[in-house]
Design a protein around this ligand. Structure first.
Ligand code: PLP
Length: 351
């Protein structure tokens, strides 16, 4: 979901942006008006996330998955090694991509998931005595498909690369603890296709592999994310979302609402025998609430009736089944309350 205020503004200026008499899609990405937009977008994102000066902010192509390969090609060179933590579907996809691009022995993995009685939780390794020479550690703080979030910091001697596609700006984080943060835009920022990369400048000294120029961080830095024509409309909408976030009180204000939203939904699920959640308390995602009807034969009826009530996109990912409520920044508390009301009603009628 994108903020309605942003969509309405985009609609109103679709044919005439900035008094130019043309759409933002029709102006040159090198025009002074568009450059003013990108400067503002970067400044706003830096402010929202308190990004330190020794980090570059890049607006790139290729979504979240594009970065799975970009990270490898930019940081591993011919024989560098990296450690990947696995906690669900997306972190495992990142491993598969990394293995495809490297030789045996370059990519090590640790499975973080522990399961007791069908409930999954994350157990972080103790790296205090680790002495491997990894170029980076990769992990995914919020597993979008599985509804598993890692709130604790990872303490390790290597630069941390984090896939924050589905939880960027959902709560405050300390950017200085990361070597690189990336996020496909379509969950908390704007339209798909665009990805945000926040990279510490010393990371760019690592040896890279020959690679596609448009995914090369060094070229992106050098050309202000305009080595080739950037996804200008997506960039424009992202800038509008940043503006909206600032007006709403920034990331801390979002975090407060996100916490309320998630609490509201999880508390209801826990209190009602009709539904269940299979993630341990400490790792329940604030953004993606995955839940199951105990009687799964009612799944289709649930989805159809939800849709009729204006509650859409509730079907869980095909790999895990069940239901998933993605309650990103733009989803208001009222949206979650409406869902809970519907779920309560459905449970009463079908128990
Ligand atoms: C959605 C998602 C991706 C993939 O994004 P694409 O833009 O579809 O490539 C990667 N990682 C996470 C955590 C995601 O939620």
């Amino acid at each position: 979901m994108l903020p309605k205020a942003v969509m309405t503004k985009a609609q109103s200026e679709l044919l005439d942006w900035n008094g130019l008499g043309t759409s933002v899609m029709e102006v040159s990405h090198r025009s002074k008006e568009f450059i003013a937009l990108t400067d503002r977008a970067e400044a706003d994102l830096r402010e929202l996330m308190s990004i330190p000066a020794n980090y570059h902010v890049l607006f790139m192509h290729g979504g979240g998955r594009g970065q799975f390969s970009a990270v490898v090609n930019n940081f591993l060179g011919k024989n560098g090694r990296a450690l990947y933590l696995e906690s669900g579907s997306w972190s495992s996809s990142a491993v598969a991509e990394a293995r495809k691009l490297t030789s045996d022995g370059q990519i090590d993995t640790i499975d973080l998931l522990v399961e007791d009685n069908g409930v999954k939780r994350v157990q972080l390794p103790d790296f205090s005595a680790a002495n491997d020479d990894y170029r980076y550690l990769h992990y995914c703080p919020n597993e979008t498909v599985d509804g598993i979030e890692i709130f604790d910091d990872i303490n390790c001697p290597w630069p941390i690369v984090a896939d924050m596609s589905s939880n960027i700006m959902s709560r405050e984080i300390d950017v200085s603890k990361f070597g690189l943060i990336y996020a496909g835009a379509q969950k908390n920022i704007g339209p798909s296709g665009l990805s945000i990369v926040i990279v510490r400048d010393d990371m760019l000294k690592l040896p890279s592999l020959p690679q596609s120029s448009i995914m090369d961080y060094r070229l992106a830095v050098k050309h202000g994310s305009m080595y080739n024509t950037p996804p200008t409309f997506a960039w424009y909408l992202a800038a509008e979302v940043f503006d909206w976030l600032k007006q709403k009180g920034g990331v801390s204000a979002m975090a407060e609402v996100n916490d309320k939203k998630a609490q509201c939904l999880y508390q209801f699920i826990d209190s009602c025998d009709f539904y269940e959640n299979r993630v341990g308390q400490a790792n329940r995602s604030q953004m993606n609430v995955v839940f199951y009807l105990k009687d799964e034969t009612l799944n289709d009826t649930f989805l159809n009736q939800a849709k009729a009530a204006g509650l859409v996109a509730l079907k869980g990912h095909r790999s895990v089944g069940g239901m998933r409520a993605s309650i990103y920044n733009a989803m208001p508390l009222e949206g979650v309350e409406k869902l809970v009301e519907f779920m309560k009603d459905f449970a009463e009628k079908n128990s």
